[in-house]
Structure formats: structure tokens, C-alpha cells
Design a protein around this ligand. Structure first.
Ligand code: IPD
Length: 285
């Protein structure tokens, strides 16, 4: 059954997500100060490169408490403690309390809090706060995308040669996975694109595409919480987001997306992903 929510409910949700992102951002900032005297304690999740810290859990708890206080009947899918909640058509908060945990642990700037409201399995609201950059990206379906309150738009470029492209390393470091990523990066480097980048937070790199700083980003083996909020921000900035190996579909539970300023460019990303068997190589299929 298709679900609808009112403008008033959306306004309440915007307020909650903004407040929750601010509280989690304050925890990140404080922990960065603490980080100077004590190394953040980390635990490896799926393998030795996939890290989690006590701050991920702290941020998640605070965010969930705020979201629940105003929308007690919405579902919550969240990276640390609610990662196996089923995504239905009902309103669902999709939360990454710290996206870019590796950057956070190593003291880089590119970590953020990512909060989306998803209805009928489509993101309709996104708030991504990058405390170390002092940038907050927001979007609501039909209302545009913003960075610190200023409207943002994707780049007007239509050629890959004039593009900056993000292709992340994967947590999967099998020979097959590494070869696939390197083959894609090599082809783009030789094209040549203006530049390749390899940052540490999926949500934030989507915001960079939305703000016209890069033209394309694609990745597989990411989760709904990594790309739900970024999806609505890119779309409201005039860009496109679809599956990594199909320009016509989009699925938050299919663990992958390709986003960019226009389909002429993202179609090339899909072509490369297919050519180098990217999804299967990274997901061990
Ligand atoms: C990760 C980051 C990273 C991306 C990984 C994600 P996490 O999220 O977004 O940039 O390459 O696929 O899992 O683990 O830092 O929340």
C-alpha cells in the first residue's frame, strides 16, 4: 500500500532531523578534541578495514532518541543497532550516525552524520552534517537542496573528460575486488578525467556531487544509511541517482548506487561497472 504523509508531518521531520544532526555533530566535534590526548578505541566490524568506535554508538543513541520523541511510530533503520530492520512503504528514518568512520578515526575532515526520511522506499528528506567542514546539506522532495541554507546545484558538465569522479576503495580487499576497482580507476585516469578522488564518506561525496564540486560517484557494497539522504540531496540539486549497473532502477536495499550531475555521465559509470564486473567482484557473487 502506498503511504502518504502531509506537509506538516514533513516539517516536523525536518526539524527533528536537523536537531538530531546537530547533537551528533557536537559529539563528533567533542570527541575530536579528546582524540588529541587519547586514541579513539576502534573495533573492526566485517574485517580489519571496517571500523566502528564508541562514538558511532553514542551518536546513534542520541539521534534515535530525538527522532523517536517526535515521530514515535516511524520505523528506524540505522547502521549500528538497527541494521536488519526491514524497509517497507511506511515512513522510515534511515540513519548513519557517523559516515566515514575511518576518516573520523584517523583525524580526517570527511566524516558526517547522515539522516534520511524514506517513504514508499524513496528518500524524501535528507540532512547530512559534516562538523569538521562546518557544512550542513539538506533537501526535501520538491523544495530544492541547500548547503548551510544556500541553494546548491549540480555541475553543468556533460562530459566525463571534464569531470572529477569519486571511486572509493572497498572494504573487500580480495584480489578480484581490488583488481576491479583499480581497472575502473585506471580507465578513468587514462581517459583522462580531470581528477579521481577517493574520500572516506559516501554520504558526503554525494553532497559534493550535489554541490557541483564533482560530477560522478559510484559504489557497491554500501548500505541504505550510506546513500539514502545523499540521494534526495543530489536529486533536489538537479542530479541523478540510480543503481550502479542500471540507469533505470534505484533500490536502497540493493547495496549500490551511481550518482552524478547528468545521465550522460552516470551512464558511463554504469558502463564501466559492467565492464569490470564491479558489483560481483566487490560483493563476492
Ligand atoms: C563507509 C563510508 C565509505 C564507503 C564505505 C562505507 P562507514 O561507511 O561511507 O566512504 O566507501 O562503503 O561503508 O563504515 O564509515 O559508516
Amino acid at each position: 500500500m502506498v503511504v502518504s504523509i502531509s506537509e506538516t508531518e514533513i516539517n516536523v521531520a525536518v526539524d527533528l532531523a536537523t536537531r538530531a544532526a546537530a547533537v551528533a555533530s557536537a559529539i563528533i566535534n567533542k570527541s575530536i578534541e579528546e582524540r588529541q590526548s587519547a586514541m579513539v578505541e576502534t573495533v573492526a566490524k566485517t574485517n580489519s578495514t571496517d571500523l566502528v568506535t564508541m562514538y558511532d554508538a553514542q551518536c546513534e543513541e542520541e539521534v534515535i532518541n530525538i527522532l523517536k520523541s517526535g515521530t514515535p511510530f516511524y520505523n528506524i533503520l540505522s547502521e549500528e543497532t538497527r541494521s536488519d530492520v526491514e524497509l517497507t512503504n511506511d515512513p522510515t528514518w534511515v540513519v548513519d550516525p557517523i559516515d566515514g568512520t575511518t576518516s573520523f578515526v584517523h583525524g580526517f575532515y570527511d566524516c558526517c552524520v547522515s539522516i534520511a526520511l524514506v517513504v514508499n522506499k524513496e528518500p524524501i528528506l535528507g540532512v547530512i552534517s559534516a562538523p569538521r567542514l562546518q557544512e550542513i546539506f539538506t533537501a526535501v522532495k520538491g523544495r530544492g537542496a541547500f548547503c548551510n541554507g544556500q541553494r546548491i546545484f549540480v555541475s553543468e558538465s556533460t562530459t566525463l573528460e571534464e569531470s572529477v569522479v569519486f571511486v572509493h576503495q572497498s572494504y573487500n580487499r580480495s584480489q578480484r575486488a581490488v583488481d576491479s576497482v583499480i581497472a575502473i580507476q585506471t580507465e578513468l585516469a587514462k581517459l583522462p578525467v580531470h581528477s579521481l578522488r577517493n574520500n572516506g564518506a559516501a554520504a558526503l561525496d554525494m553532497c559534493f556531487v550535489a554541490a557541483g564540486r564533482a560530477e560522478m560517484y559510484f559504489e557497491v557494497n554500501i548500505h541504505a544509511w550510506d546513500y539514502a539522504a545523499g540521494t534526495i540531496i543530489v536529486r533536489e540539486a538537479g542530479g541523478v541517482v540510480h543503481d550502479v549497473d542500471d540507469t533505470e532502477t534505484y533500490d536502497l536495499m540493493r547495496h549500490g548506487m551511481c550518482c552524478g550531475c547528468c545521465k550522460e555521465i552516470t551512464a558511463k559509470g554504469v558502463e564501466l561497472a559492467r565492464k569490470y564486473d564491479y558489483r560481483n567482484a566487490i560483493m563476492d557473487l
